[in-house]
Design a protein around this ligand. Sequence first.
Ligand SMILES: NC(=O)c1ccc[n+]([C@@H]2O[C@H](COP(=O)([O-])OP(=O)(O)OC[C@H]3O[C@@H](n4cnc5c(N)ncnc54)[C@H](OP(=O)(O)O)[C@@H]3O)[C@@H](O)[C@H]2O)c1
Length: 397
Amino acid sequence: MKRIAILGSTGSIGQSTLSVVESYPDRFQVATLAAGNNTDAVFEQTVRWKPRVVSVAQEADAAALRTKLRNAGLGEIEVVNGAAGTVRVATHSEVDFVVSAIVGVSGLEATYEAVKAGKSVGLANKECLVVAGELMTAEARRQGKPLLPIDSEHNAVHQCLRGGRMEEVERIWLTASGGPFLKTPKSEFASITVQQALNHPTWKMGKRITIDSATLMNKGFEVIEACRLFHLPPSHVQVIVHPQSTIHSMVEFVDGSILAQFSVTDMRLPILYALTYPERVPSDLRFPVMDLRHLDFCPPDMSKFPCLGLAYEAAQAGGAKTIALNAADEVAVAAFLAEQIGFEEIPRIIADVMAATPAGKLESIKKVLQLDGEARRLAGEMVNQRNRSASPVRAIP
Ligand SMILES: NC(=O)c1ccc[n+]([C@@H]2O[C@H](COP(=O)([O-])OP(=O)(O)OC[C@H]3O[C@@H](n4cnc5c(N)ncnc54)[C@H](OP(=O)(O)O)[C@@H]3O)[C@@H](O)[C@H]2O)c1
């Protein structure tokens, strides 16, 4: 029986993880849960799964949850809160496997502490690898424990890599849908509206990741994740646009063979893979192979999507530059969503924050969080400057 901690249990990945646990009651057991502010959902999950410990973001919510659980006859469940609470959930002695699915840098410390405590970790959270990949993978190596990717592209690569040895890998091909502006001429980019950018062709996701998909920054983050997870230089990780998103990613070996992974686009599959690795267990998540008609591929247009080039630059420099990239992107995307800056300002702000951030190695998570705060402040100032001088965003007629 594998005892599982879910960081971000009330989110999309968290709920899919609970669905997998529900389907395999003989294999998995929920040991601990951590969530943010969705107190109704976390109460229901706690009653259903009876974890040892549950954490929420706010102290007041924790006190209210404690009372509700006591009234429901579940007073023995420990309720904690905040960053320390999430760390407690991730490092509890009765946890074997941690699913890291808190969005943003809020999940970083707990995930790192889980790795340090020798837990096996399934990583959905992107920021852990983007901003602290070197620290995270070094600690996992020290512990001799795997970091198992749940993000579908890296999960696909992980599966394909089982077909050969790392020294036999020529390159990784990360597939990208291309986002909603794949065919939009660059001349129209200046007038892209929030509504147009949120209209992703294939996926329904949160707002930040949808905008990141429209700028191709999401793929840029995935390049950095791949470099850190699989210990490859950026030149060995190539992005290829594949609008159908059928193939989740590929690995090319030195002899010219290419292994690709495809399956239903359902996050329960990479979660199940990570939870059961190195085993494969039967599931009903079948792909309708007979329905496959055609697969298109083309290279990404780096001049239309400068965020991708910035991510390659950050991947090459490492350390503080990847922190600047992520923090500036988060601030710039929020400003775009609030209609304070135009679509084309997003990469400009990121480039300026990266240029103003000195390169440097990271020796601790504390340092990562400090640099993250500095980059956010800088990006905020740049947004304010542009907001004062910019003309309002225009809609395409
Ligand atoms: N969804 C996907 O298909 C997918 C695929 C690949 C990778 N990912 C990555 O996986 C991560 C999670 O994605 P998601 O789609 O599941 O996000 P989501 O639906 O927005 O859920 C985020 C989770 O994080 C929790 N949370 C937020 N702030 C917190 C804090 N300060 N302390 C504790 N918990 C906090 C939220 O709790 P409350 O809701 O209770 O506030 C929620 O449980 C992201 O990094 C995303 O990029 C997602």
